[in-house]
Design a protein around this ligand. Structure first.
Ligand SMILES: Cc1ncc(COP(=O)(O)O)c(C=O)c1O
Length: 395
């Protein structure tokens, strides 16, 4: 191992001096939590994603939960979620009381295809479950075929919540041409970072209004929304302190401090994606000789957010296990991660729904590994990663 080589994580934020200055300015302002920067961040986020409305919140998980609540999912409902995703895509459904029905994914891309969606609909029918929503996940920043999925969803009267947590800045994602909601995360390994943070986009103005209430305890202040007129009004005017809670909500507010960071980061979105693309192309070229033992997960279309660079490795063929392989990379200061253990194999979901056979997800999971990809990586870092992978693959 080269002693002086810094650790290369699989992903990391890129925070620059102007980001720090933007946060410092917010800290010196009158507002730490909800102030004018929330609306500004929402405006900028909507502009960057082509959205009609963007609702800021304090995580991608909160974004998914807000969208599920805006659809009024509840204990009588079921939503389809591909099993190859982060926990939150499924948990946000459960947080409404609704049930999850896991769909399989394509073994090479890890995405829920139209066929996988249709198969899940048919299977769920056998369990006498009516499906009200589905959550296509844009794994690694590769976009599901939303045109096909939305046509199929319409046929079955199913609403679509895109889990776009990996796909900030991908053209068309967030514009909701083919979905009811798209949900984003600004967690540090995502394309832009605010620490914790997230947003939901939608074309539906009433739903956006509803989600803004739900992110702040379900409270309403506007005179026209006050139901208990005797409590809230005096001489025909709303009492200045009065607010009401017609339904339960959460504290999912994104503070001004983080919105300041988000606004600053959004200005760099194109540059970050361009650099990710450059590194990905370099990897493509350097890793090509390692096929078929190691292959980049197929990226398949032009609109790829390159949130993660996933490779598929036949560990058995190269005479090792993934754990040994990851440890060997770690010893060379290269961080990797597995995205993801299929969620239906988590104890909570096994206990709730029993065993399921989802072979596409199992095949993807058995081979996937995310290798370092982030804008501040140097070409020589990618070259070092590729060379080290080559050494390990060839034994
Ligand atoms: C696919 C996916 N969905 C949802 C989330 C949840 O986002 P957050 O960590 O901001 O709550 C993440 C991020 O970790 C994710 O990768």
């Amino acid at each position: 191992m080269s002693e002086d080589r810094r650790m290369l994580p699989y992903g990391r934020q890129t925070i620059e001096d102007d980001d720090i200055a933007a946060v410092a300015a917010a800290l010196r302002s009158d507002f730490l939590t909800t102030g004018p920067l929330v609306e500004e961040f929402e405006k900028q986020f909507a502009a960057a994603s082509g959205a009609k409305h963007a609702v800021a919140c304090n995580s991608g998980t909160a974004a998914l939960h807000l969208a599920a609540m805006a659809l009024r999912l509840g204990p009588a409902d079921t939503a389809i979620v591909p099993t190859l995703t982060f926990l939150a895509s499924a948990n946000a459904i459960r947080m409404t009381g609704a049930e999850v029905f896991f769909a399989d994914v394509d073994p090479d891309s890890g995405l829920m295809t139209e066929a996988a969606f249709e198969e899940a609909i048919a299977l769920a029918g056998k369990y006498r479950r009516e499906i009200k929503a589905a959550v296509p996940v844009h794994l690694n920043g590769r976009i599901c075929d939303m045109r096909l999925l939305s046509a199929a969803a319409k046929k079955h009267n199913v609403a679509l919540i895109e889990d776009a947590c990996h796909a900030i800045g991908v053209p068309g994602v967030g514009a909701n041409e083919y979905s009811d909601f798209a949900c984003f995360s600004t967690h540090p390994v995502k394309t832009i970072a605010t620490g914790e943070g997230g947003a939901v986009t939608t074309k539906d103005e009433a739903a956006a209004h509803h989600m803004r209430k739900l992110r702040s305890h379900g409270m309403v202040h506007a005179p026209e929304e006050i139901r208990q007129r005797d409590e809230g009004f005096e001489n025909g005017a709303k009492r200045p302190w009065y607010y009401e809670m017609p339904e339960i909500g959460w504290n999912y507010r994104m503070p001004d401090i983080l919105c300041a960071l988000g606004i600053s980061q959004l200005k760099k979105l194109d540059r970050f994606i361009k650099r990710r693309e450059e590194i990905a192309r370099l990897y493509d070229r350097l890793l090509a000789p390692l096929a078929p033992a190691l292959k980049p997960a197929p990226r398949g279309n032009d609109s790829h957010g390159l949130h993660l660079y996933a490779v598929l490795i036949d560990f058995e063929k190269i005479g090792t296990t993934r754990a040994k392989f990851m440890n060997a990379l770690r010893a060379e200061n290269i961080g990797t991660q597995v995205h993801y253990l299929p969620v239906h194999r988590q104890p909570y979901y096994r206990d709730r729904y029993g065993e399921r056979e989802l072979p596409g997800a199992d095949a993807y999971y058995a081979r996937c590994l995310s290798i370092p990809l982030y804008p501040s990586m140097r070409d020589e870092d990618a070259e070092y990663v590729a060379k080290t992978l080559g050494k390990l693959v060839k034994g």
